[in-house]
Design a binder for this molecule. Structure first.
Ligand code: NAP
Length: 297
């Protein structure tokens, strides 16, 4: 691998996007609409071609071409190894003019490894996991937790403003992912509480649509109940957020908790429930499929 090392300078806000999944496609779509996005690459090329046709940007056949098309290189792929694999292919083309921003949810340590590789080429790296679901990505109302140099965040802020209503700088690389791990613990608990409560209501013989309508506006109301309550009582679990991906996040959380020598009992229970559901073949369903265990039909 050869790369040119000099002082980072990201004055050019042309962007390219890797990973046009449930989150990446709508996020990249906002950048395309504002004229920032020049090129996309997706592992399954048909997805990139369809996106490129709709948004009038380039669909690249080879990932290696990406750095020559744009200065901001965004990733939104599934797991730690996917981020590292994509980066290894990009490294050769990186210069001090590039900024890599990773929206994927991965471990803080992997983000630090990724940043080291990218910075070794003179480019910069931000970990920038997001929350707000596919609805947040579509409606540009995400919250982003950013780790890395503040000056790099400030340079890319105009692009982030097109997809998010909240952007918080958490500190050094990895701190964004640490904050996201906290978010995922909370999501696990909320999923347990909502699925259990709705199953309880079902057993009480209540009209659950009415219950959801009544409690949504009160103290127990929350995003997950609002967005997934109705579909789960109707037995629809299309993602959304794939259960296998939340399980991946809870495994990251478990490793962090182990390092800290603390226990997170509620998160552990959710992790066990997800493993059961995965074994039953529901890993590609939305996390609200937890309802299947609470109210088996
Ligand atoms: P998704 O719909 O499954 O999409 C995953 C994307 O990653 C696809 O474009 C996939 O390509 C690509 N990918 C996977 N492995 C790859 C590899 N080895 N090399 C290159 N590309 C690869 O997942 P998603 O829901 O968009 O989630 C993406 C990330 O955002 C995950 O880290 C997830 O935890 C996080 N996240 C998700 C949500 C949510 O509500 N969905 C919310 C916040 C954060 P193919 O098209 O070829 O499969």
């Amino acid at each position: 691998m050869t790369c040119v090392v000099s002082k980072p300078d990201v004055s050019d806000l042309t962007a390219a996007f890797v990973g046009l999944g449930a989150m990446g496609a709508p996020m990249a779509g906002h950048w395309a609409l504002r004229g920032y996005l020049k090129a996309v690459w997706n592992r399954t090329p048909e997805r990139a071609e369809a996106f490129a046709q709709e948004h009038k940007v380039m669909a690249l056949q080879h990932l290696q071409e990406l750095p020559s098309k744009a200065k901001i290189l965004a990733l939104c792929v599934s797991r730690d190894d996917d981020v590292l694999m994509v980066l290894e292919t990009l490294l050769e083309g990186l210069t001090s003019e590039h900024l890599v921003i990773d929206f994927s949810t991965i471990s803080p340590d992997t983000s630090k490894r990724a940043a080291k590789r990218v910075r070794g080429c003179g480019a910069d790296f931000l970990d920038a996991p997001v929350t707000g679901g596919v609805e947040g990505a579509s409606n540009a109302t995400l919250a982003i937790m950013v780790g890395g140099r503040l000056e790099s965040l400030e340079k890319i802020r105009p692009l982030l403003d097109t997809i998010a209503t909240k952007i918080v700088h958490m500190g050094n690389v990895g701190r964004g992912q640490s904050a996201k791990a906290v978010n995922q613990v909370l999501c696990a608990g909320i999923n347990e509480a909502v699925t259990e409560a709705l199953a309880f209501g079902h057993h009480l013989g209540l009209d659950m649509e009415q219950v959801i309508e009544a409690i949504s506006g009160g103290a127990a109301g929350n995003w997950f109940l609002d967005k997934r309550g109705k579909s789960m009582i109707e037995g629809r679990f299309s993602p959304g957020f794939k259960l296998a991906l939340h399980l991946k996040d809870l495994e990251i959380v478990a490793a962090l908790a182990q390092d800290l020598e603390i226990t997170l009992p509620l998160t552990e229970a959710t992790r066990e429930h997800y493993v059961q559901l995965l074994q039953q073949g529901y890993g590609d369903e939305d996390i609200s499929a937890l309802y299947r265990l609470k109210r088996p039909s």
